[in-house]
Design a protein around this ligand. Structure first.
Ligand code: AOF
Ligand code: ZN
Length: 346
């Protein structure tokens, strides 16, 4: 089998950049880029996927190349699909166009679409996988995680005072975080495809759970709003308005909820904004993959913690996290500190 050439590595870098083109939705499809190289290394076509329902990256690049695809090498960030989903199988399209060699970064973790590499090889096309695979994966982190684990990636977000309170003693919690931090939260909500809270939060706080934008924060597709828990809820709660679709999952089990969201609703990234009880149940189940918290320069001295009982009695048993980033959001009296954390590997 031929060695990977410098021009193939450069082409893959370009394909990764194409995949990450601005304006392409993060869900439900992966972002994918493709570059077609003639045998002499010149680029004869390139393309990227613009979102579910539009042509796949390979098909876009083939359309640009036309007859020049014959004998070419396709450099693509994701293994060409093998299925007929919203569009036809790319493996077949590459074979039909006479592509001789395919260089893939990431193998397709989606059980419905994978197998393209085998199909190509069976047709006599040379296939290499793994070139810049990490870079390619970083373009679709939640999508990759969800297909690998059979459940969405979970980001738990909460706001807290300097002394770790998320609500005052009388239950009031509006507003702990500053307007700048709340705006930043809307930006992060917009990166996920699912907003999740418990029935208790809906009953008590009546959140709308939509992404609200402004001129600098255009809103694309609203995430699905999901309320979990067995309790019945009044239909006039704001979460049931027509600003976005809403699903009431009548389960209290985080694992069941997440598996249902993946398998039946094609969800890859859950933004958990529930109260302390729901947060504790996800943490106890080991189902929080990322924590985002906004710390407000404010003291309450009494009040409610962001998270309920974790069954931890002694310091040695503390649930430890690793700090992945700190950012000051907003200026002057508006300044809050955003911390991003990941569960520590034990
Ligand atoms: C994309 N864009 O460029 C490639 C994809 O529903 P469909 O037909 O669009 O298929 C989506 C699946 O196809 C996706 O989850 C992934 O496994 C595979 N490859 N998808 O959206 C592309 N090459
Ligand atoms: Zn495809």
């Amino acid at each position: 089998m031929a060695e990977t050439t410098t021009s193939e590595t450069d082409a893959m870098r370009r394909a990764v950049a194409l995949a990450a083109s601005p304006g392409v939705p993060l869900h439900p499809n992966p972002r994918v880029g493709c570059v077609l190289l003639a045998p002499d290394g010149t680029v004869v076509g390139e393309g990227y996927h613009h979102g579910a329902g539009t042509p796949h990256a390979e098909v876009e690049a083939l359309a640009v190349a036309g007859e020049r695809a014959r004998g070419a090498t396709a450099v693509v960030t994701l293994e060409p699909c093998n299925h007929t989903g919203r569009t036809g199988p790319c493996a077949q399209a590459l074979i039909a166009a006479g592509v001789r060699r395919v260089v893939v970064a990431q193998r397709d973790p989606n059980p419905l679409a994978q197998g393209g590499a085998d199909t190509l090889r069976a047709a006599g096309v040379e296939v290499e996988t793994g070139l810049l695979a990490d870079e390619a994966e970083r373009v679709n982190p939640a999508w990759t995680f969800a297909h690998r684990h059979g459940r969405p990636f979970v980001t738990w977000k909460f706001a807290t005072t300097l002394d770790g309170r998320s609500a005052a003693a009388d239950g009031t919690s509006r507003w702990v975080s500053s307007p700048a931090a709340r705006r930043d939260t809307h930006r992060l909500r917009g990166l996920a495809d699912t907003m999740l809270v418990g029935t208790n939060t809906v009953a008590v706080d009546d959140p709308q759970l939509t992404v609200r934008g402004d001129d600098d924060l255009p809103v694309g597709v609203q995430p699905l709003r999901v309320v979990m828990g067995e309790r019945d809820l009044p239909a006039e709660r704001r979460v049931f308005d027509d600003a976005a679709p809403t699903l009431h999952l009548r389960t209290r089990d985080p694992d069941t909820a997440l598996r249902t969201l993946y398998a039946e609703h094609d969800r890859h990234h859950v933004f958990l904004e529930g109260g302390p009880t729901l947060a504790a149940s996800f943490l106890r189940a080991g189902l929080v993959d990322e924590v985002v918290t906004y710390v407000a320069p404010m003291l309450l001295g009494a009040g409610r913690s962001a998270v309920g009982d974790l069954g931890i009695a002694t310091i040695a048993d503390a649930l430890r996290l690793e700090l992945a980033g700190t950012t000051v959001v907003g200026d002057g009296p508006d300044a809050n500190v955003r911390l991003v954390l990941r569960p520590a590997l034990r």
